[in-house]
Ligand binder design. Sequence first.
Ligand SMILES: Cc1cc2nc3c(=O)[nH]c(=O)nc-3n(C[C@H](O)[C@H](O)[C@H](O)COP(=O)(O)OP(=O)(O)OC[C@H]3O[C@@H](n4cnc5c(N)ncnc54)[C@H](O)[C@@H]3O)c2cc1C
Length: 588
Amino acid sequence: MAVSKEIKVPNIGEFTDVDVIEVHVSTGDSIVLEDPLITLETEKAALDVPAPASGRVDKVAVTVGDTVSEGSLILTITAAEHLAKDAEPVVDTLVATELSPPVKSQNVAPEVAGEFSGRVDIETDLLVLGAGPGGYTAAFRAADLGLDVTLVERWPTLGGVCLNVGCIPSKTLLHAAKVIEDAEAMNEFGIRFGTPEIDLGALREWKNQIVGRLTDGLDRLAKQRKIHVVQGIGRFLSPNHLRIESEQGEQVIGLKRCIIAAGSESATLAGLPNDPRIMDSTDSLELTELPETLLVIGGGIIGLEMATVYDALGVKVSVVELTDTLMPGVDRDLVRPLEKRIAARYSEILKGTRVTEVVAEDAGLRVTFDGTGAPKSQVFSRILVAVGRSANGIRIDATKAGIAVTDQGIIPVDRQMRTNVPHIFAIGDIVGEPMLAHKATHEGKVAAEVAAGRKRAFDARAIPSVAYTDPEIAWVGVTELEAKADGIDYGKGVFPWAASGRSLALNRDDGMTRILFDNVSGRVIGAGIVGPHAGDLIAELVLAIELGADAEDVGLTIHPHPTLSETVAMAAEAFDGTLTDLYIPKRR
Ligand SMILES: Cc1cc2nc3c(=O)[nH]c(=O)nc-3n(C[C@H](O)[C@H](O)[C@H](O)COP(=O)(O)OP(=O)(O)OC[C@H]3O[C@@H](n4cnc5c(N)ncnc54)[C@H](O)[C@@H]3O)c2cc1C
């Protein structure tokens, strides 16, 4: 018996008589659950009405230019389960599933998906591919919302790059570096510890213990939520099937929905010899030895953080960066104190310089440079290649699921974290910059909630970035470089830490807090901080941007004294003209 179903406009909040601006289907089309049927335009935004069921379109009842309200007929379909059967039509009514917050669709051409009709070993409501900060957060949230979740991870521990070979081990070693440097700095002021003895094995063990504590914790949290964790390398076979390869063999998982959280890998440089003395960030965290000299290729965050560690441990560090600046894209006034400090400590900082050749010799790695002011070739004991990260979209055969993937392996998504395949979401590094753990976790929650039928979208106004170098550099929102390039009418409040009692008590006077304000609305639009704990301090300014705070909101908030956090209020007061801790001539 063929069943004809009517699909009607769902609840669209307070809106009535909204315009139909696009009709995505025609009579005879096959549609699958969640395919966009029509796009409506309200005074606030455009929103898609997704299909509440799969099937074949029998008749489209609306055209572009029509106005519709809740309950208006959009189209009739023959549901997929009845397509093959032949009998009298019975009319049934479906209202499209609750609309999610308005999102613009990606407008990317779907790839041709693969097909799979073989044996399926596990069936799951929601498959999460990759157990990094994005994946485990998505899996946990989805399980908390009642979905049956299978989490696939190729590594033996959960936590992804961040916990295993990224944020946590690097920050552990950076703490060790800080202790050494702080102790060293006190020499001048009457406390002398002597040269530190470094037991690399013990240091490595301490770092591993911290990582282990966190990853064990994730295991427990997954078990408590009854998440089915499958270890193995997952690759798509079709939009609803993933093949898992592991030492135990192969299995196929059938999925109704999927969240891809397969992250990224260290980018490599072509033409380098295969030599264990050439490290990526993961190797460098292993601390297998302390080389006499280290060349860090890449003056970005990861390279400079690891340079900080190796320098503190007594290695002679050089840095080579292709562009004319360290940390390209970050405001120069923020990077300057770091550059000044490391210029005095490192053997060399080569900017605007390209590495053209590396030759493995017995004595070390001979490196040839090119660029204005490039030195002659030099030999280094080890090299760390830190030239960025590449997203894993191609490596997981995403195109076999019909998912659009860029040449760089990035999977485009909309604000609901949905790919061009409606039941498949993607989050974290695999969806592109900024490749940061806190972005991945937030996206993970959004994807899990949307997959569970909730109305959610990624609508953060700002994502902070931090370089945990010494000094730390943190920034959020609009940079001054961007404000100038975009012609934004902005003003700034700056507070130099040389005037902060707490900063001087920490024996540091090289920091700065700088806030950018929109001159029209008065609101905070961006901020940068350089100095110890900048990464913690920036959180207040992220909140200021989220809440639409202005200089008075920040300046009139009482900050504890003496803290570095006062510098945030004082930068706001500097803009507002109410700062008393410095003399700033009045702006006319
Ligand atoms: C040295 C270093 C330091 C960093 N420091 C910071 C920091 O301080 N702060 C910060 O915010 N970010 C930092 N990052 C970046 C941060 O680690 C990433 O942004 C974050 O881990 C991304 O999370 P994710 O969930 O998207 O992916 P990932 O953490 O990359 O996790 C992806 C997971 O998917 C798994 N996987 C991939 N392919 C498959 C497959 N085919 N089958 C099964 N499993 C698969 C991987 O094994 C991995 O566990 C750092 C990165 C590095 C390398």
